[in-house]
Ligand binder design. Structure first.
Ligand SMILES: CC(C)(COP(=O)(O)OP(=O)(O)OC[C@H]1O[C@@H](n2cnc3c(N)ncnc32)[C@H](O)[C@@H]1OP(=O)(O)O)[C@@H](O)C(=O)NCCC(=O)NCCS
Length: 163
C-alpha cells in the first residue's frame, strides 16, 4: 500500500481484540523493546483508562469491507499541561511508510479540535519517528535525559494546532 490517506483508512475506537493487537505490536517493536516494555506492560498501557482513548486504523477496500488493523494511536485528552498528549502510536511493520501514521495523526488533530496544542514524546534513539513528526509539523520543546532508560532522552514535541 502506498500513500494511504484518511479516505483509504477507517479509524475507530478499539475493541478488546484491538487492544491486544496494539499491545502485541508495541511489545514486538522498537522503541518499546529497547525501552524494556514487555507484553504485560504494553497490555497495561493500552488498557481502558479515564481520559484515554485508543483508536485503530483499518484499511478499507470497496464500500465497507474492513481489513486487518494497520495501526493504532493512544490519546490522553489532558495528558500534558492540560492539553492532548499522544501516549503511543504504532503501525504494523509491513504497513509502515505508506501514510497510515500520518493519517492517524491527522485524525487526532481533528478529534482534539478545538484544542490549540498537541504534545507527544519520542525517544532520542528513534530517528525515523523524529523525522516523521518533524515532517508533520511537530517542534522540539524539551528533553528529559535518562527518563525511561539510562543513556536515552525522551524528547518532548509540540504542535500548535490553532492560533
Ligand atoms: C513512526 C510510525 C508511527 C510512522 O507511521 P508510518 O505509517 O510508517 O508513517 P507514514 O507512512 O505516514 O510516514 C512515513 C515516515 O515515517 C517515518 N518512519 C518512521 N519509521 C518508519 C519505518 N519503519 N518505515 C518507514 N517510514 C518510517 C519516516 O520519517 C517516513 O518518512 P520518509 O518516507 O520521509 O522517510 C511507524 O513507522 C511506526 O510504527 N514505527 C515504529 C513505532 C514507533 O516508532 N512509534 C513512534 C513512537 S514515538
Amino acid at each position: 500500500m502506498r500513500d494511504a490517506s484518511l479516505a483509504d483508512i477507517r479509524i475507530a475506537g478499539a475493541t478488546d481484540d484491538d487492544r491486544m493487537w496494539a499491545a502485541t505490536l508495541m511489545a514486538s517493536s522498537d522503541p518499546w523493546r529497547t525501552l524494556g516494555r514487555d507484553l504485560t506492560m504494553c497490555v497495561a498501557v493500552v488498557a481502558e483508562a479515564a481520559d484515554t482513548e485508543l483508536f485503530i486504523a483499518h484499511g478499507v477496500q470497496g464500500a465497507d469491507a474492513a481489513h486487518a488493523p494497520l495501526g493504532f494511536v493512544l490519546l490522553r485528552a489532558r495528558g500534558l499541561a492540560g492539553s492532548p498528549y499522544i501516549v503511543a502510536i504504532g503501525v504494523a511493520p509491513d504497513a509502515r511508510g505508506s501514510g497510515v501514521g500520518a493519517a492517524l495523526i491527522a485524525f487526532v488533530e481533528r478529534h482534539v479540535s478545538p484544542s490549540r496544542h498537541l504534545f507527544l514524546c519520542v525517544s532520542s534513539f528513534n530517528a525515523d519517528a523524529q523525522r516523521f513528526y518533524a515532517r508533520l509539523g511537530f517542534a522540539h520543546v524539551g528533553d528529559l535525559p535518562d527518563y525511561l532508560i539510562d543513556g536515552a532522552s525522551e524528547i518532548i514535541l509540540h504542535k500548535r494546532l490553532a492560533p
